[in-house]
Ligand binder design. Structure first.
Ligand SMILES: Nc1ncnc2c1ncn2[C@@H]1O[C@H](COP(=O)(O)OP(=O)(O)OP(=O)(O)O)[C@@H](O)[C@H]1O
Ligand SMILES: [Mg+2]
Length: 355
């Protein structure tokens, strides 16, 4: 059951703090949208307003065209897993998962059956008769996910649902969430601090800063064509490096052997952003490695470039060490141009080499 979610000029003012500042957007039916941004940028506040747990200061929220802005939370058909969304402490795991069904007058037997299915799904069936206090943080989170999904909600809001889990379980569970989401077609918003997680399972990313949307795009599109320096630096690990350069009619000369033409005719100071995976051993610019850190599949190296420290991810075919002077080539599509004043992207599309 797909549900289109629309926000229209939604604002939340906590007595002077604009936690959410005039946000308008449409979340596509049945898609998984990742909500990203630095701590305190308004992600949770936005989710609380969609759920009806927090009133908007101004603006409107629509579910499939119906204005739900003033509807109480219980009537919105939203499944929630929040950072601090407590389980009912006096109930067992089974009772916690069954609760939304019993509340909706589902018969006890079928509620129990459904609860067991969900428990198996999130791998907590062996703890069905424990109370939340007897579970680890990660186990409690899985109970919360099972409880949010048991009623097949039309909109599912997940606010860092995997933050207490170890790496392996986290990977498994996020694939599970993706599978459940695809199977049920439930329109889902997933808040996470983990950009790799956001990139890997979402259909679309929304990146916020100070209560304002910075960019909305498919994950790979946001990575390939960041609209601003902020977006570019938020996605990618190790992060993109920035260099103050001067452009001559859209041409930037990193070295006599490495000239890039950007799809814009512009002369003057620019900020060049270079992603570390853009570099490879080859003809281009000679650099001296400052540090080398080998990580199995790849090695991270650092070097100085136009007075600033740069990072590169190289494959491990050729062993390199600090002090080596080697020539690096650069993939033009890994280089981005930004306005030094306002940080916005300059030019659409990719750069290319010129002789
Ligand atoms: N009840 C409240 N009263 C006053 N200010 C609040 C309240 N709740 C949140 N804020 C403020 O609103 C802003 C946004 O908070 P919010 O919790 O939405 O951020 P977030 O993006 O979820 O951060 P995090 O990633 O750390 O969870 C913050 O500056 C926060 O201090
Ligand atoms: Mg939050």
């Amino acid at each position: 059951m797909d549900m289109k979610l629309t926000l229209e000029h939604v604002t939340k003012d906590f007595s002077g703090t604009l936690a959410v500042n005039d946000i308008s957007l449409t979340m596509q039916d049945g898609k998984l949208t990742g909500l990203l941004g630095p701590s305190g940028c308004g992600k949770s506040t936005l989710l609380y307003m969609i759920a009806g747990l927090e009133q908007v200061t101004s603006g409107h929220i629509y579910f499939d065209g119906q204005d739900v802005t003033t509807l109480p939370a219980e009537t919105r058909g939203v499944g929630l897993v929040f950072q601090n969304y407590a389980l009912y402490p006096h109930m067992t795991v089974e009772q916690n998962i069954m609760f939304p069904l019993l509340n909706a007058r589902v018969k006890k037997e079928s509620a129990q059956k459904k609860a067991r299915e969900m428990a198996r799904f999130v791998q907590i069936e062996e703890y069905m008769h424990r109370k939340p206090a007897q579970l680890s943080g990660g186990q409690q989170q899985r109970v919360a996910i099972a409880r949010a999904l048991v009623k097949s909600p039309q909109i599912l809001l997940l606010d860092e649902p995997l933050s207490n889990l170890d790496a392996r379980l986290r990977l498994d569970l996020r694939e599970e969430i993706r599978r459940i989401q695809k199977e049920t077609g439930v329109t889902t918003i997933f808040v996470t601090h983990d950009q790799e997680e956001a990139m890997s399972i979402t259909d679309e990313l929304v990146l916020m800063k100070n209560g304002i949307i910075q960019q909305i795009a498919a994950p790979q599109a946001m990575y390939r064509y960041p609209q601003s320096r902020f977006v570019a630096s938020f996605l990618g690990n190790p992060p993109i490096s920035f260099f103050n350069m001067v452009a001559e009619n859209g041409l930037v000369e990193l070295s006599p052997n490495l000239k890039l033409k950007f799809p814009i005719s512009l002369s003057g100071p620019v900020v060049l952003g270079i992603r570390p995976e853009g570099w490879a051993l080859g003809s281009g610019i000679v650099v001296e490695f400052l540090s080398v850190s080998v990580r199995g599949r790849e090695q991270y190296v650092s070097f100085m470039l136009h007075g600033q420290k740069a990072y590169a991810i190289l494959d491990t075919e050729n062993a390199v060490k600090p002090g080596d002077r080697l020539s690096l080539a650069l993939k033009p599509y890994c280089v981005h141009l930004f306005d030094p004043e306002n940080g916005l992207r300059l030019g659409k599309g990719d750069a290319h080499y010129v002789e």
